[in-house]
Design a protein around this ligand. Structure first.
Ligand SMILES: NC(=O)c1ccc[n+]([C@@H]2O[C@H](COP(=O)([O-])OP(=O)(O)OC[C@H]3O[C@@H](n4cnc5c(N)ncnc54)[C@H](OP(=O)(O)O)[C@@H]3O)[C@@H](O)[C@H]2O)c1
Length: 284
């Protein structure tokens, strides 16, 4: 099978590159320089000429804060370009695997969010990602939408790397303690996607994938400090209001993984265990 990965220089794209090493399938990794997904003709040409069977779309506008001021640009990448990918998938009978986010939910109360929970985004980023999901659903292509959350990896910029840097520089960091969710190690999600493709275990629809368990950003930061053996920096909790980010975020966005595990038969590691693996990789 020919697998086209878009946005391949991002966190998840890089993790897929590593997970697919040794795969019998032909993975074609592209980032904006090789394939700009906002160019509909280029997308159509790439999918047709490379005889693509599966597209994994890892390209996205992921800066949640900046999206508040530049929603049009976020919409272009997170929705319009996704529509181009869906059209190309449909025209070439390919499967589109698209990554979405827990930020499509308002997450105002507790209770696990399932694939049937009603999406109601609070932020510009969440609105544009939901528009991307809708474009796929309306396109008539074969698709798998995988919503994930709090993604981190060895690459790019993410919470784990930022915390490790700040904790090395400062005596104290303040981290929001009233937003609960689940971190996701990109290596785990990448391995799951590569396995599904390798086993041809395709099922269409919307799925949720994060690591197992739940925590606040503050608990996540405390665990990073503990597992990295950092002792010289105090990790202090603060409220969302005290922190004062521009983009509103859900207070509780823990996704239920039950459907994913049941459908694909893939076990998902606890978030602490995966965090340790990422820290070990960063230190290797
Ligand atoms: N990060 C998170 O915490 C998080 C949480 C929930 C869901 N997600 C979703 O998970 C997916 C992967 O996220 P990620 O953190 O791996 O993203 P990322 O690291 O920001 O990577 C996105 C990649 O897309 C590239 N790109 C930008 N514009 C493009 C274009 N026009 N055509 C092709 N590629 C383009 C980016 O290049 P440049 O860097 O040059 O712009 C970057 O390499 C996204 O769909 C995201 O919405 C992420």
């Amino acid at each position: 099978m020919n697998i086209l990965v878009t946005g391949a220089e991002g966190q998840l794209g890089r993790a897929i590159r590593r997970a697919a090493e040794g795969s019998a399938d032909r993975y074609i990794f592209t980032d904006v320089a090789e394939l700009d997904i906002t160019d509909p003709e280029a997308v159509e040409r790439a999918v047709a000429e490379w005889e693509v069977d599966v597209i994994i779309n890892c390209a996205a506008y992921t800066n949640v804060e900046r999206a508040e001021e530049d929603e049009a640009k976020a919409l272009l990448l997170n929705a319009t370009a996704v529509e181009y990918l869906a059209e190309a998938a449909k025209a070439n009978n390919a499967l589109l695997i698209h990554i979405s986010t827990d930020y499509v939910f308002m997450g105002g109360c507790c209770g696990l969010l399932t694939e049937e929970s009603y999406p109601q985004p609070l932020s510009a980023y969440g609105r544009t990602k939901l528009a991307g999901e809708r474009a796929i659903e309306q396109s008539g292509c074969h698709y798998m939408i995988v919503r994930t959350a709090w993604l981190y990896s060895e690459w790019g910029s993410n919470f784990v790397k930022t915390m490790l840097r700040l904790m090395a520089e400062r005596r104290e960091v303040r981290v929001v303690s009233d937003q609960l969710g689940t971190p996701t190690y990109a290596g785990d999600l990448a391995a799951a996607l590569v396995r599904i493709i390798g086993e041809r275990n395709f099922h269409e629809g919307v799925f949720h994938y994060t690591n197992m368990g739940e925590c606040s950003w503050w608990q996540f930061a405390c665990e990073i400090a503990r597992r990295a053996g950092i002792e010289g920096c105090r990790v202090m909790p603060c409220t969302t209001a005290e922190y004062g980010a521009k983009a509103p975020r859900p207070h509780y966005s823990v996704l239920s993984k039950e459907k994913f595990v049941r459908t694909f038969g893939i076990d998902i590691p606890e978030w602490q265990e995966s965090l340790q693996r990422c820290i070990d990789e960063l230190r290797a």
